[in-house]
Ligand binder design. Sequence first.
Ligand code: ME8
Length: 509
Amino acid sequence: MDNFFISTAISYTNGPPHIGHAYEVIAADVIARFKRLEGKNVFFLTGTDEHGLKVQQKAIKLEISPQELADQMSGNFIEMGRALHCSNDDFIRTSEERHKKAVREIWLKMKNNGDIYLDDYSGWYSLIDEAFYNEDELIKDDKGKFLSPNNTPVEWVEEQSYFFRLSSYQEKLLSLYENNFIQPKSKMNEIKNFVEGGLRDISISRKGLDWGIRVPEDDDHSVYVWVDALTNYISALKWPEKSDLFDNFWPGDLHLIGKDIVRFHTVFWPAFLLSAGLELPKQVFSHGFILNKGEKMSKSLGNIEDPMSLAKTFGVDQLRYFLMRETPFGNDGNYSDELLINRVNADLSNDLGNLSQRCLTMVKKNCDQSIPQKNKLNNVDQELLNLVDRKKANIIKLMSSYQISSYISEVFELVSDTNKYFSDQKPWDLKTSDPARMNTVLWISCEMLRRIGILLQPVIPIGSSKLLDFLNIDSDKRLINFLSDDYVLESGKPIKDPEIIFPKIDLIK
Ligand code: ME8
């Protein structure tokens, strides 16, 4: 069986999920669902990153324990995934014993390989990024204070620390970047330049951090959060145990992450794995950020969008569709209620919703609520069906290179073409003048809806299931393989009572 392992980043538990988290897990879900439609055996992983000073400090502020905070927040993330119909196969929490065991083991492997040593550390640390920076990477704010390259505050830290010999991995990392390890390409160039500039060893432990995994054989130190967090990708596969899960799914096919954490995934993580003698993941894809009307979302600006309430207000498919369709995957995108409403009303309510409602209502009323008889096809009919065959390879290729928005836009071209066909052929006029032809036009339109429904399942799983249910398509015949002419609709098969799938959203909430 063809296996496919896809993971998202694991989210910090110092706050509830926001729309950026929703964006990432929805995108991963779309890819996972598509791979399943291709017949692959998919393992889709997400989870929470629960250790570190950031979580500890937040817990102190709330006067609860870090574990209590992590329990609450990871509960929120699990709930968000369910509410958004994400089909993850596992949810890893870094406070779980299965994970801690793997972190201790990877540490020991790196140590036994001679890559970990104790020394004194002094340098700049950003708590928000949980990252150390060289002084030449920092920027100054208008008061002359240093900030990290992500504009977050940094503090000077001096302490004893364990170091990882990152400097030994420059050559190996550079050769890794020769392939398509990092996507999009612009990110690959950025990382390549960084590594070419020379790598320094990195501090991988914190002294006196209570809320973390203890360094094996040295209780005074906790493992640096990024060594801890990155290991989730294999701890969830039961490593270091020998298991079918690990054998089948490692090396992973895709780590899907946001643009702010690419360095950790493409420099640190491969170096840790090389040091531990493990295989490297095949690809890291960096997606853009969702901005709120052009501005970065932050608590201080009070502009954080809650994905659960958006899904409640506008609908799950509607939110998924908007996020995946609006912005080319890899670029930054914008959220606003107006943008969502306009996009959903135009594409889902008008184009797709009306087509299915008009067509299926006619079938219900005029064809005994069954798939109509297909009579002789003319050139126009045949051309419309051929369109899917012609476009199929390209549509699949778009999703294989994670161009999700272009994939959707290509499928919606089929919706437009079918709408045009329906309006041009005027089946309502044929009802009296040529009922046999009306049947054929309705059959072609239903068959196009079947194909469109199959292709849209990864993006709008609820609406497309409804559409395929109306058409009475067997649940095991909804895979990409069934797009071909060999599986066209069977005339005479009863259809279900159609209903409006995507009601128009009022502009005023
Ligand atoms: O970075 N738009 O956790 P996190 C899109 N724990 N994506 C966004 C976003 C936005 N506005 N804001 C954040 C961490 N993200 C670490 C990861 S992985 C081993 C450890 C993305 O909760 C962000 O880029 O800050 C990351 O991929 C994910 O959400 C979790 O972010």
